[in-house]
Design a protein around this ligand. Structure first.
Ligand SMILES: [Zn+2]
Length: 144
């Protein structure tokens, strides 16, 4: 488990998110005032400025909003290319920048159903990535 790529450094605000990722699930903040989910972790709700954000376990289900397939990566990511970088919309209503892990990157498409998995990148840190939900590849891409 060695990597040349830069990895996140948890802060007091993000530590619960990273601990949950290490334990294999997604934990997002939810505003006690407006009930909306918040990502990335922060101290104040961006929707209503509420200051009570409770950590809430999430489903890990999402759909691909947009994506790109990286063939020629920057030096720090070169050994990982090709890979798919995507924006996914979580079922809880937040959008997350991530990667789609798949043996068939050519099959990734907008609207594809994906679910969270967690990729260890150090002894203490795992990154959320998303994998296609079985059956999601059956959707025709001809109409896109
Ligand atoms: Zn709020």
């Amino acid at each position: 488990m060695t990597t040349t790529r830069p990895i996140p450094v948890p802060t007091p605000e993000t530590q619960p998110f990273w601990k949950a990722a290490r334990d294999g699930y997604l934990l997002l903040q939810r505003c006690a005032s407006c009930k909306r989910f918040v990502f990335y972790p922060r101290l104040v709700c961006p929707h209503c400025l509420g200051e009570e954000l409770a950590w809430t376990r999430c489903s890990g289900h999402a759909t691909v909003y947009s994506f790109t397939r990286v063939e020629r990566a920057p030096a720090a990511f070169k050994q990982e290319a090709p890979y798919v970088v995507a924006l996914v919309d979580l079922a809880e209503g937040v959008r997350m920048l991530t990667r789609i892990k798949t043996e068939t990157p050519e099959a990734v498409h907008i609207g594809m159903r994906v679910r969270a998995e967690f990729e260890p990148v150090s002894d203490t840190l795992s990154l959320p990535v998303f994998v296609p939900v079985i059956g999601s590849n059956a959707k025709s891409r001809a109409g896109i």
